[in-house]
Write a protein that binds this ligand. Structure first.
Ligand code: SUG
Length: 451
């Protein structure tokens, strides 16, 4: 059955702000406490979704989470009405309030790890929400993520939804940001590539010394087991700890793949030669053809340039108008503002690699928190029956785009500062917006507030 890759982007929630919450994510630290523009953030994301839809890609929308997370605040001992809870936290612990107000679920590459049905022995598509234990503000996402995924992919004959892994650093899991699937064509059994930052149980060196390694090998192994993947179709690889210490907090900041193409920085992995050998071996095991490795040399694009421009946080897309395995690359505009990266991209397009076309987007609001084009999307390979089983209200269309643009105009602020988070009015605004969204996206009750 014909299969294709859909991208489900996270809709940026109404409380998008710069909390400085992600140690090891350089942009998040550098922009801490700057005022944000939630409306612009949401609209920049919607414009990317609409453009890819216009190019004939199947584009989905994943709903944001309800913020502030009042349940978590109550669990932490804050009492009273919703506005009393928020006012008490604002006084006692503004950093906690920012965490519970974060719109970080917009980076849906971290929502879950997904294995397409053609990779799984039960013929269903498997989802494991990521526990995101490493950062507190993200560790409170996975329960609602699971509900939103179930509401979007609501058919047990086709979709198998797992629980997130146990919430401990031993099983630290950051989802699809550290997972890539390679294949000859989407409908064929492919190879699943899991990249981890540390061994959790035997503490085997080398580990990063400055910034945290968010993903453990043990978490990646557990996800592969849950999805029923065979040993011969799976490759595990360790990230180079030095690049984690240089600000590469997820592998998708330094590598991306699609089809049989692996596009990565020379210093991305601990032992690149072995990694590439294992990938090719697994492709051969599964009856797929040759991999195309596009390695970007450090003397052309340094790790620092990769981190600031987000060259590798791009989407490699098999655009419908391109033939013979050719792809487009979706990059943030920061790539064109960096002379070295821009020169590299020119050279890449002129070469005879599979990457043939560049698409550039202004995603500055998300980029300023360390989230580029690839962070904003969750890839879901779907065959025709599965496409028909997805909640149709979550699929991008001209009318959904104009509906969501109007919805952001109606409900979103165009500036939000740290001090605004204490404003009780923001709770009502956020609830009102999300209540209306559940109807637009036909989600049922995924949120726990009463409105
Ligand atoms: O987890 N930033 C996110 C960015 C996630 C990017 N995702 C991928 N690479 N796939 C993170 O660090 C910053 C929030 C703040 O500081 O307000 C934040 O959570």
């Amino acid at each position: 059955m014909r299969a294709l890759e859909a991208n489900f982007d996270g809709l940026v929630g109404p409380t998008h702000n710069y909390g400085g919450l992600s140690y090891g994510n350089v942009a998040s630290s550098n922009n801490s406490a700057r005022p944000s523009n939630p409306k612009q953030a949401a609209q920049q994301g919607l414009l990317k979704m609409k453009s890819l839809h216009d190019l004939g890609m199947l584009q989905g929308v994943l709903a944001p989470q309800s913020r502030p997370d009042l349940n978590t605040l109550r669990r932490l001992g804050f009492t009273g009405s919703d506005s009393q809870v928020v006012q008490k936290v604002a006084k006692k612990d503004p950093a906690l309030l920012a965490s519970c107000y974060s719109a970080s679920s917009m980076w849906t590459a971290n929502a879950a790890t997904i294995s397409p049905s053609s990779d799984c022995p039960d013929g269903r598509l498997h989802f494991t929400p990521a526990n995101l234990v490493n950062r507190f503000h993200r560790s409170i996402e996975h329960d609602t993520t699971g509900l939103i995924l179930r509401a979007t992919f609501a058919n047990e004959d086709h979709f198998s939804h797992h629980q997130a892994l146990p919430s401990s650093d031993h099983f630290g899991d950051e989802g699809a940001a550290n997972h890539t699937r390679f294949c000859q064509s989407y409908g064929k059994t492919g190879v699943e590539f899991f990249v981890y930052g540390q061994h959790a149980f035997n503490g085997q060196a080398p580990n990063p010394t400055k910034y945290p390694a968010r993903q453990s090998l043990e978490a990646s192994q557990a996800v592969a087991r849950l999805h029923g993947l065979k040993d011969e179709q799976v490759v595990f690889a360790q990230q180079n700890p030095d690049v984690i210490d240089a600000g590469v907090f997820h592998n998708d900041v330094i590598a991306v793949g699609n089809g049989n193409v692996s596009f990565y920085h020379q210093l991305a992995f601990l032992n690149t030669q072995k990694v590439n050998h294992n990938l090719q071996q697994a492709m051969t095991n599964m009856g797929n053809g040759k991999m195309q490795f596009i390695e970007v040399p450090d003397d052309q694009v340094s790790v620092q340039d990769a981190v600031t421009s987000y060259l590798f946080n791009s989407q490699l897309l098999s655009l419908p108008h391109l033939n013979d395995g050719k792809m487009g690359i979706v990059v943030p505009q920061e790539c064109l503002e960096n002379i070295k990266v821009s020169a590299y991209l020119d050279q890449l397009i002129a070469s005879d690699s599979a990457i043939e076309e560049i698409l550039v987007f202004d995603l500055k609001q998300s980029m300023s928190n360390g989230g580029g084009p690839a962070c904003l999307r969750l890839r879901v390979v779907l065959n025709e029956a599965e496409q028909a089983a997805v909640n149709p209200a979550c699929i991008m269309s001209d009318s959904l785009f104009s509906g969501l643009m109007a919805w952001t105009e109606k409900h979103y602020r165009d500036t939000l500062s740290e001090s605004d988070l204490a404003d009780p009015q923001l709770i009502t605004e956020s609830h009102r917006a999300l209540d209306e969204l559940t109807q637009i996206l036909d989600l049922g009750s995924v949120y726990d507030f009463q409105f």
